[in-house]
Write a protein that binds this ligand. Structure first.
Ligand code: WTA
Length: 635
């Protein structure tokens, strides 16, 4: 028997050692015993990080939806697969059984086929957190189409960029979405985006808010009548292990977003195996991850990982503050949630509102708590532990990335002793190393460095869609033969890892990765702006907030700065989305630059954080004289 389910610390170490000593053998056992294959692999792993090229389970044939749905039909057909909790607490929750999910995915897949979608075609999904979102991912996977989900909080410009980059043929959206007390007209955002998207021929529209929307003749159709008429049988396309499953965009430190490409078999094996162990999922548990399926956390740990284990996974449409700040805890009580997985930013926001929203609720069903997306500070960790887990539910601080596909560094609950702010130990199969500035591996414990992974794991992204060179440059060029994460980390005296944050120009705001380039591009479109630079600075709830330094064009006229600030944030909202709005905007005369013309963000970051005691060496700047001026304006 493979060690699919790790139950104590000794077992963890044993399994971990095995996974490092003989990775091929280790993964082969897991793949063999826990999944449904149409054909077995010829080769477990081939890899070369300098190309880079990684292939897992080559030669195998499968369909991930048969693993996530069909194979559960005989043993747990009536079990709830997806439990949908609507935005409005007065609207009834929907329990979708595995049997029903099977039918609904098949119908949806048949609709896609009827619109000419085939294996390998890209389908953009821009939907709120309603069951059709999960179902549309699975429907794509059923027929071998590559889904590209775009978080429904992104603007039309951001949506268009992503659609065009991967040349999607179709968009699946809804008339709108409910978010707390607001409704958002998603369809009109799609309409705006599609003005510039020549590859889109069809738009399928789900009815959610019953609003009047424009339907473009020949392009847009309501999906409900098509689903009603479609057959609920649809043979799963037989996929190769390395056939693409999805593209998901993530921000880079420079340039446009990167379409990370994930493939089928490795992703399935790894997300399923991590889900089982990190959440210690047991047959009758109800598991809830509060992320949006628009992010990798939702792909891996709302949809694929849980369903591959036959779990009950909750999908919540709303926000933690509606109708009040007790909503999460009300849902935990209502559905008797056993595993609860959320982001530090949500914990901080809820902690700030006080215990009056927590205390009325019975949280005794909770067994395991999780966090993801950004470093968790000690205060938030203790608040979560004391008030939500009542010190009896271990907190799994899970470190991973869109690029890694699944959880990489994490405690195994009830096995690994937790330590606040530490993601603790690598998951079996993961070989982290810390690198110093000279490019050497940092040995021993109580050390710090840049976090790299020195051996492939099954769910790693295989490339950036359409730009393999960029994939190589971004992840495999900083250190030879290693995957570079972009994060810094320290390792304590017992070998636990603590992620200290990004070491590049990606800024994590409320758990969302934001690249500086698209935001600066948006700001620079304002007619009064000559140049701009964005940095992050610490924020109590968001973790980081955005600080913009803006140089105005010298037109001789005086401008109202408050109005300009509003206009700049308006442009950012339109071009990127409201999540990228700036908290502070400083109008300035110059930006510190290196001799090669690069903005020295390190200095700007320090000034934004009001930490000017040690700005480091500024003498190598092209224009060291601007620094004092920026400090004076800021203080
Ligand atoms: C950060 C989210 C500290 C990190 C799954 C990483 C974390 C980036 C943690 C990826 C954690 C994620 N502790 N930092 N537990 N989890 N991060 O692609 O900087 O949205 O590189 O994936 O989030 O964000 P992404």
């Amino acid at each position: 028997m493979s060690n699919y389910h790790i139950k104590n610390l000794e077992e963890y170490f044993q399994v971990y050692r095995k996974s490092v000593r003989n990775p091929e053998n280790f993964w082969e056992e897991i793949a063999e015993e826990h999944f449904l294959w149409r054909k077995r692999w010829d080769n477990v792993l081939s890899w070369n990080f300098s190309k880079p090229e990684v292939k897992w389970f080559e030669g195998a044939k499968l369909n991930i939806t048969e693993n996530c749905i069909d194979r559960h039909l005989t043993t747990r057909g009536d079990k709830t697969a997806i439990l949908f909790e609507p935005n409005n607490p007065d609207e009834e929750a929907q329990a979708i059984s595995y049997k029903e999910l099977h039918k609904r995915v098949n119908k949806f897949a048949n609709v896609l086929k009827s619109k000419g979608i085939k294996k390998g075609d890209r389908v953009c999904i821009y939907l709120p957190m309603i069951p059709e979102l999960a179902i549309s991912l699975l429907a794509c996977a059923r027929i071998g189409a590559i889904h590209s989900v775009v978080f429904a909080g992104f603007s039309s410009t951001a949506l268009a960029t992503r659609i065009n980059d991967s040349e999607c043929k179709m968009v699946i959206t809804s008339d709108g979405s409910f978010r707390g007390s607001k409704t958002i007209d998603l369809k009109s955002i799609v309409d705006e985006a599609l003005v510039d998207c020549p590859t889109i021929s069809d738009v399928l529209v789900v009815k959610r808010i019953n609003s009047e929307v424009l339907m473009k003749e020949g392009r847009d159709v309501w999906i409900e009548p098509l689903l009603a008429a479609a057959s609920d049988e649809c043979n799963a396309e037989v996929m190769d292990a390395e056939d693409p499953l999805f593209i998901l965009y993530t921000s880079g430190s420079t340039g446009k977003p990167k379409g990370m490409l994930h493939t089928t078999a490795g992703y399935m094996v790894y997300t399923a195996y991590t889900f089982k162990n990190v959440f210690q999922y047991k047959e009758n548990d109800v598991y809830w991850c509060t992320a949006d399926i628009g992010w990798i956390t939702g792909h891996s740990y709302i949809v694929y990982g849980p369903l591959a284990n036959g779990a009950t996974t909750v999908m919540f449409e709303g926000v933690p503050s509606y109708p009040d700040y007790g909503r999460f805890w009300q849902i935990v009580e209502k559905h008797k949630i056993n595993q609860f997985y959320t982001a530090p930013t949500a914990i901080r926001a809820l902690a700030k509102e006080g215990l009056a929203h927590v205390e009325p609720h019975n949280l005794s069903s909770l067994k395991i708590l999780g966090t993801v997306g950004e470093p968790i500070n000690e205060e938030a960790w203790h608040w979560y532990d004391d008030n939500i887990g009542k010190r009896k539910s271990p907190i799994v601080d899970t470190w991973w990335q869109t690029e890694t596909g699944g959880i990489m560094i994490t405690p195994i609950p009830f096995s690994t002793p937790t330590k606040p702010t530490y993601a603790t130990l690598p998951f079996p199969g993961i070989q982290p190393v810390l690198m110093d500035t000279e490019g050497e591996v940092v040995k021993g414990n109580q050390v710090e460095g840049k976090l790299c992974i020195q051996f492939p794991w099954p769910s790693m992204a295989r490339t950036i869609w359409g730009n393999h060179e960029r994939y190589k440059d971004t992840y495999f060029s900083a250190f030879e033969n290693k995957y570079f994460t972009g994060d810094g980390a320290l390792r304590d005296e017992v070998g636990y890892y603590r992620i200290t944050g990004r070491v590049d120009d990606v800024i994590i705001v409320s758990g969302h990765n934001l690249g500086t380039a698209p935001i600066e591009d948006a700001i620079n479109e304002h007619p009064a702006v000559a140049e701009s630079a964005i940095v992050g600075f610490p924020h109590d709830i968001k973790g980081n907030a955005l600080y913009g330094y803006v140089i105005l064009k010298d037109t001789g006229e005086s401008r109202n700065h408050d109005n300009l600030r509003k206009e700049i944030n308006q442009i950012i909202t339109e071009q990127v989305g409201p999540i990228a709005k700036l908290d502070k905007i400083q109008f300035t005369q110059g930006l510190p630059k290196t001799r090669s013309g690069k903005i020295m963000r390190r200095i700007l970051r320090k000034i934004a954080s009001k930490d000017i005691s040690n700005l480091g060496d500024t003498s190598t700047l092209l224009n060291p004289e601007v620094v004092q001026g920026i400090i004076d304006e800021a203080m």
